[in-house]
Design a binder for this molecule. Sequence first.
Ligand code: EPU
Length: 338
Amino acid sequence: MKIHNNISLKAYNTFGIESIATQFVEIDSIDALKEVLKYIEDHHLNYYILGGGSNTLFSQNFDGIVIHLQIKGITIIKENSNAVLLKVCAGENWHELVMWSLAQGYTGLENLALIPGNVGSSPIQNIGAYGVEVKDVIDCVEVMEVTTQSIQKIMHSECQFGYRDSIFKKSKRKYIVTAVSFNLKKNQSQVNTTYGAIQSVLIQKGIVQPTALDIANTVIQIRQSKLPDPKVLGNSGSFFKNPVISKTLFSKLQSLFPEIPHYPAPDDQVKLAAGWLIEQAGFKGKRFGEVGVHEQQALVLVNYGNAQGTEVVALAQKIQQTVLTQFGVTLEMEVNIV
Ligand code: EPU
């Protein structure tokens, strides 16, 4: 285990924010993870688990040890002619896994193509896009329990998955995700085209019976047209969650704004599109110094190059305040502020 001192995290977060970690360690095995957790315990250190850095905003320097989780490997646990159960280690890149699985003829991940980040973060956020959430294909999640440094298997039914939510998000200090097992299909022609934008692109392309690879390519095309590439313009995808509100508040809003986009949510509630609210509040495409709101998708905050974490947080708070005043709706940040 090699611990580095005073390391810049700029290259390790997709927002491209400068922040210095007092200590930094790359971890590529379960044993190394145990070792570093013991070291942290012995030295009473603060720590942060970093995967692909696609959902983290460093708002200041980090006084503690950043654990860059790089445990790699994909194993077939079992398979038959129709299905395969894959165990994928936390440090594998998400999009590479999606494309690799399709090349093997395994389907189920295609709607989640091009989401930045690593496999280990996928169950924490219950990542989702274009009609699919990762919970739909997760069999179980392997974690290291921080206090006992033992590996445990958390079955799907125990993961408490919700919209961008899970037991791993609720108890961040308790578990570190080390691997995720996915139930994928083989020889399957059924695909999910429920999301309107997918259907429109398929029609444009003249594809009538899309394969899973067609879906992945369509999703890639839609994402590239709407979402900034973090390599070009620093960002963390959706900065806020889409808010879920009561039917009573929704009825009031709908009478004022008949065109307001909305979706059904559990417990007789209604989900709104945060991007629409932010656009109506006048922020879409606006730049404030080194930070701004993306011109194609108002849910995405961007770093024009030299933004500081505090500037991004200040813009996010300004947006929250304006949306609350104009619509009476609270926007919750999706990104982890460190
Ligand atoms: N909209 C606007 N203005 C905007 C953005 C969106 O009016 O600037 C409207 C759209 O016209 C549409 C609705 O809002 O009626 C929804 O927009 P979109 O389909 O782009 O999806 P979203 O709800 O804004 C969510 C996820 C994305 C995911 C897409 C596609 C969240 C917080 N975001 O965005 O996930 O890619 O759906 O499924 O749930 C992410 O989490 O980082 C992320 C990018």
